[in-house]
Structure formats: structure tokens, C-alpha cells
Ligand binder design. Structure first.
Ligand SMILES: Cc1ncc(COP(=O)(O)O)c(C=O)c1O
Length: 361
């Protein structure tokens, strides 16, 4: 790794592969012989349209997305989807089911209340966000327009290890913080989405994958720029897209493919998260309260039993080039984001630091 860089454990925007940053730097002044920077290229140029189509197909290939799903690159971030999902999926129904496993799914639910009557089928607050009940125990409303859940909760460090069976209710998932870290059966979903800034690129673009059957249900009040169908019909170019961010996302997808695709990312994610959880579990100082089954592989939260040591822990970590490890203010403690682009060496350095710190604590 470049000597000037640190291991950045931010929950997002997060580290990008160094080779991607280098390529973007090398191509900045003149993208592929056009004499134009990607920061300047017209979005409706033949070159950009071809690039956007390539990126779409790369994403389809990486996650084995069937042809009857549209892959949309949309504005508004993850939060934009909190509104777009109900606006586009309610159709002639006025109720939806929500699963709450942490901060983000709670915010998604609050947004949906603006448009529909919401039935909370599971609230992990009951376990202080340490566990998730089986979907078979949820009181799913068979008449709900959809059921929404967050596959991985970035703040609370809680991740599903199964795809809920909703008994026919269309399933929607926020995969913002674990997309491209494991394979899954796409055909189980009506919609899944992820903002880019954790595992796919810089902030500024969000991928929404929508089954074709769900393109005709938008409420009349849906702003055009929030309408899935209009994005599908325009090749995600209703407005001027963030071309540079989209291009960067494409470079990250190329990198994922070169590394061995999603199966390789899945192996790395499992191995590296196990390494950190093992360090936590073997220590007298660190503690992670989450039921091991639902521990996030991407956002590892932990507390120091002696909270007086928090500040020293953060400062000493920073002195070793390990930054952004403070927990989200809503949860406190520590949190490390270990996304695809984090080098193994960063995880090794983190674990070594944690062990060394404990000896001196
Ligand atoms: C799981 C999850 N959903 C949604 C969001 C919100 O994304 P954005 O900031 O792009 O709106 C985040 C952001 O961290 C997230 O972690």
C-alpha cells in the first residue's frame, strides 16, 4: 500500500482498491483516448452510453441477476430508496411490512409511514439489537404491498444469515453495506438496493435492482426522478447522472471480477470477520454482544469493558494508521467497517493493535 495512506475502517465512504484510484488518476486527463476527462464527458455520448451498459452487465454478471430484473443507477443514496420503495411498490395497496434490526431499517420504516400504514413484524430492539427472530415467527400481513428489511445493519452490526420467507409478500432488501460480499438467490426479491459508498465506489450513486413485475405500480404522486420505470426507460439517465462516480463504480466492479468475483469476496469477508471476532472473543477487554449467528461480517461493533480507555484506544490506533474506528454516535463504542477493498494487511494490523493494546490496558 502507498506509504501515505492509512487503513480506513470508515463505514462509508470507505476505502477503494488502490489500483482503482491509480487507474482513475492515470485516466483523469484523457479518458481512453477521447481527449476528454471522465469528469467532462457528455453523458449521452456514445462512449458513456457504452460504458454505462458495460457496467450494468458487469453488475448483472457478478450477482447472477436474471434478465427479468432491471438494474437502475439512481440518485438519492440509500435514504432515497427509503422513499422510492413505498412510492413505487405500494400500487393500489396502502400497507407494508417492515422489519427493524437497527438504525437504518428504523429510518426506512419512518419514511414509509408518510405513504402507508406500516406493520412492524419484527423489532430487534427487544434484544437490544443483538438477535433476529426467525421469519416464521413474524406476523406477516399477507395483504402487505411488500416487506422491507435491511440485510446488514451498518450501525448495530447485525446481519441476516437467511433470506426471509414472506409467504408470497414481495420482498425488498437494503443491501447498502453488504452488497457484493456474498452470493444470494436474486429471484427471491422484488427489489434490492445499495448505495455505492461502502462496497462499490464513491458516494453519489445507488443501485436499485427491480423485478420487471414491479415497474408499473408507482403512486401518482411519485416524482419522476423517483420513478423506477422512468429510470428503466431512460437507461438511468433521466437527469444527468454522476458520470464520474458511475465510472468509478465500474472500475470497482472490474476489480472485483479480477479478484475472483463475488465468491472470492465472500470467502475474504468470512475469513476476515472471523479473525476480528476471534480476537474480540478471546479477549478480556473487548466484547461484542451480538448473537454469533447474526454478527455482521462487514461492520464489526465492539465495546471496551473499561470505557475510560475508549479515547486512548482510538488515539493509539490512529497513531498506527488505523482510522475511523469510533462507533456511530447512536450506538457508541467501536465499529470497524471491513469492506471488500480493505487489504488483508489492514485487518492483520487491526488485530495486532487490539492485542497489543490489551496488554497495556
Ligand atoms: C444500511 C444502510 N442503509 C442506508 C444508508 C443510507 O445511505 P445514504 O447515506 O446513501 O442515504 C446507509 C448509510 O450508511 C446504510 O448503512
Amino acid at each position: 500500500m502507498n506509504n501515505n495512506r492509512v487503513y480506513n475502517f470508515s463505514s462509508g465512504p470507505a476505502m477503494l482498491p488502490e489500483s482503482v484510484l491509480q487507474q482513475a488518476q492515470a485516466e483523469l486527463m484523457n479518458w481512453q483516448g477521447t481527449g476528454i476527462s471522465m469528469l467532462e464527458l457528455h453523458h449521452r455520448s456514445k462512449e458513456f452510453i457504452e460504458l454505462s451498459e458495460k457496467i450494468t452487465e458487469d453488475f448483472r454478471e457478478l450477482l447472477a441477476i436474471p434478465k427479468n430484473y432491471k438494474i437502475l443507477f439512481v440518485p438519492g443514496g440509500g435514504r432515497g430508496q427509503f422513499a422510492m420503495v413505498p412510492l413505487n411498490l405500494l400500487g393500489n395497496k396502502n400497507k407494508a411490512d417492515y422489519v427493524i434490526t437497527g438504525l437504518w431499517s428504523r429510518i426506512a420504516e419512518a419514511e414509509a409511514e408518510r405513504y402507508a400504514k406500516i406493520n412492524i413484524v419484527e423489532d430487534a430492539k427487544a434484544s437490544n439489537y443483538t438477535s433476529i427472530r426467525e421469519a416464521s415467527e413474524w406476523l406477516i400481513d399477507p395483504e402487505a404491498a411488500f416487506l422491507h428489511y435491511a440485510d446488514n445493519e451498518t450501525v448495530d452490526g447485525l446481519e441476516f444469515d437467511y433470506i426471509p420467507d414472506t409467504k408470497g409478500v414481495p420482498l425488498v432488501s437494503d443491501m447498502s453495506s453488504n452488497i457484493l460480499t456474498r452470493r444470494f438467490d436474486v429471484s427471491r426479491f422484488a427489489v434490492f438496493y445499495a448505495c455505492a459508498q461502502k462496497n462499490m465506489g464513491p458516494a453519489g450513486i445507488t443501485v436499485a435492482v427491480v423485478h420487471e413485475d414491479f415497474l408499473d405500480r408507482a403512486l401518482a404522486i411519485t416524482p419522476s426522478i423517483f420513478n423506477y420505470k422512468k429510470h428503466a426507460e431512460s437507461g438511468s439517465m433521466q437527469n444527468t447522472p454522476p458520470c464520474f462516480v458511475w465510472y468509478m463504480l465500474g472500475l470497482v466492479l472490474d476489480w472485483v471480477k479480477e479478484q475472483g468475483g463475488v465468491p472470492e469476496m465472500e470467502k475474504r469477508t468470512a475469513r476476515r470477520s472471523q479473525q476480528v471476532y476471534q480476537c474480540i472473543d478471546q479477549s478480556q477487554l473487548y466484547v461484542n454482544p451480538v448473537n454469533p449467528r447474526f454478527r455482521s461480517r462487514n461492520n464489526i461493533v465492539f465495546d471496551l469493558r473499561d470505557t475510560n480507555l475508549n479515547e486512548r484506544f482510538i488515539n493509539e490506533a490512529a497513531a498506527r494508521g488505523l482510522v475511523s474506528i469510533k462507533g456511530h454516535p447512536q450506538r457508541g463504542g467501536m465499529r470497524v467497517g471491513i469492506y471488500n477493498a480493505m487489504p488483508d494487511a489492514g485487518v492483520n494490523a487491526l488485530v495486532e493493535f487490539m492485542k497489543d493494546f490489551e496488554k497495556t490496558a
